[in-house]
Design a binder for this molecule. Structure first.
Ligand SMILES: C[S@@+](CC[C@H](N)C(=O)[O-])C[C@H]1O[C@@H](n2cnc3c(N)ncnc32)[C@H](O)[C@@H]1O
Length: 430
């Protein structure tokens, strides 16, 4: 059900909107869809992220998500530098840490910070007031259902350059309203935390949420990113647009799947990057299948009819997960800001560099887990570095995966990888 803001005191140009549950019936109905967690009152404590002090209040907040926030802030700042303006909608803002960072670090001209839970209101306002006063109008705080706030802005033709949808589970219901409310060339930063669906344990659920029937595969966490991008690809196509992934980030905690996508005008009728992924349980090789191959799906290791050994998932995004040049710009900005080398571990630099390696256009989807390779070959795996350099010598593309530490992204098939590993270990190759 859609409720349009109508009375003057409820327009989105008001600097800050609080809608107590009983204030008007429309809001009451809408906010009923927002999960409200039992209030565990935290001690009034303050945290610091990238030098910015803020209060998490009683809001849902995870320190481990700081890297995802860093990546979002770098991208938002690049957008401001490239386009000269930055209007951000933080649709599920929690305590407002992202909104604070988009204002303070990315130099956002305006941030709309929304969280369905009105109990977080004073915390969000306190946090954003550290950057500018409410009266200056650089930010507004609302407590609406996320689809409603996005749709209201869309109906007012008040579009955004950057929309952050930091949702729980596989709530894909936000995708269409977010796409509608984004300017062309704008950036959409979306989330899934549904590890059951990406792991292939709820294929009917992933089908409903992202239009993809996902089955268990050895590189399921990469499938999670491809499922999410595929879902946005489909929603964008419905509206006559298409998207380009700029980066895709998986984090173990949660798990969290986050992708940053640029919205482009126009449909593309090329389904090269939207198809089916098959994994052969018999030989361990993976294959991509296009729509016109449906009904003829097989693996070359078995009879040329439909192979029972193949596990097929899709449709999914099968194209690049990142744009390497864009990641390089992010890395340079992080260096300029002194973010690199300051934690003593250089985790952000390592992450962005591995993502850049993963951007090699010769690399297909998926990765080979060395444990799986070793168990198929009945050998101990050689060291990852040695295996990667042997693959390079044989002319294959190979890189580490930011998703799985003991895995190689490569265009080398599993069967060939086993041969190379055996050669390295000087085990007889049969
Ligand atoms: C993952 S948390 C946000 C965390 C925050 N972005 C951060 O980085 O710390 C998701 C937030 O969405 C809010 N929420 C959940 N469903 C919502 C909905 N349908 N509309 C608006 N807010 C919602 C919750 O109250 C919660 O604060």
């Amino acid at each position: 059900m859609l409720f349009i803001l109508s009375s003057p005191c409820q327009t989105l140009s008001s600097p800050r909107l609080y809608f107590p549950n009983n204030s008007f019936s429309g809001i009451k109905c809408d906010s009923a869809k927002v999960p409200v967690f039992p209030q565990k009152t935290r001690e009034r404590s303050y945290l610091i992220e990238r030098g910015l002090e803020f209060s998490p209040g009683d809001a849902f907040f995870r320190e481990e998500s700081a890297t995802g926030r860093d990546l979002g802030v770098l991208a938002a700042s690049l957008h401001k530098r490239g386009n000269g303006r930055l209007r951000v909608l933080d649709a599920l803002c929690g305590c407002g840490i992202r909104s604070l960072r988009y204002l303070a670090e990315a130099g956002a001209d305006f941030v709309a910070a929304n969280d369905g839970n009105e109990n977080y209101g004073s915390t969000i306002v306190e946090n954003l007031s550290r950057v500018s006063s409410e009266e200056e109008g650089r930010w507004v705080v609302t407590h609406l259902e996320a689809n409603r706030v996005m749709t209201d802005y869309y109906l007012q033709k008040s579009l955004f350059d950057f929309i952050d949808v930091d949702s729980f589970g596989s709530d894909s219901s936000f995708l269409r309203s977010a796409i509608s409310t984004l300017k062309f060339g704008g950036l959409l930063y979306v989330t899934s935390t549904d590890g059951f669906s990406s792991g292939g344990h709820r294929p009917h659920h992933s089908l409903a949420a992202y239009g993809a029937y996902v089955r268990p595969m050895p590189y399921s966490n990469e499938i999670g990113l491809r499922m999410l991008i595929g879902g946005v690809t489909r929603e964008a196509a419905v509206l006559g647009y298409h998207i380009t992934p700029l980066f895709s980030y998986y984090a173990f905690h949660g798990p969290v799947f986050r992708v940053l996508l640029r919205l482009n005008r126009g449909k593309i009728h090329d389904t090269r990057h939207y198809g089916y992924i098959g994994y052969c349980q018999q030989c361990g090789n993976s294959h991509e299948f296009s729509w016109d191959q449906l009904g003829q799906i097989s693996c070359s290791c078995s009879v040329p009819q439909v192979s029972n050994s193949l596990v097929v998932s899709g449709p999914l995004w099968t194209g690049p997960l990142h744009d390497g040049a864009y990641l390089m710009d992010m890395l340079n900005l992080a260096k300029q800001w002194g973010w690199i080398g300051c934690d003593g571990k250089d985790n952000l630099e390592k992450l962005i560099r591995v993502m850049m390696d993963e951007s090699d256009p010769k690399l297909p989807f998926g990765y080979i887990k060395l444990d799986e390779m070793a168990s198929r070959a009945k050998i101990n795996s050689p060291p990852l570095k040695a295996l990667m350099s042997a693959m390079h010598q044989k002319g294959y593309a190979a890189s580490r995966s930011h998703i799985a530490t003991n895995a190689i992204k490569t265009n080398c098939p599993m069967t060939e990888c086993i041969k190379i590993a055996k050669e390295l270990l000087q085990v007889s190759v049969t």
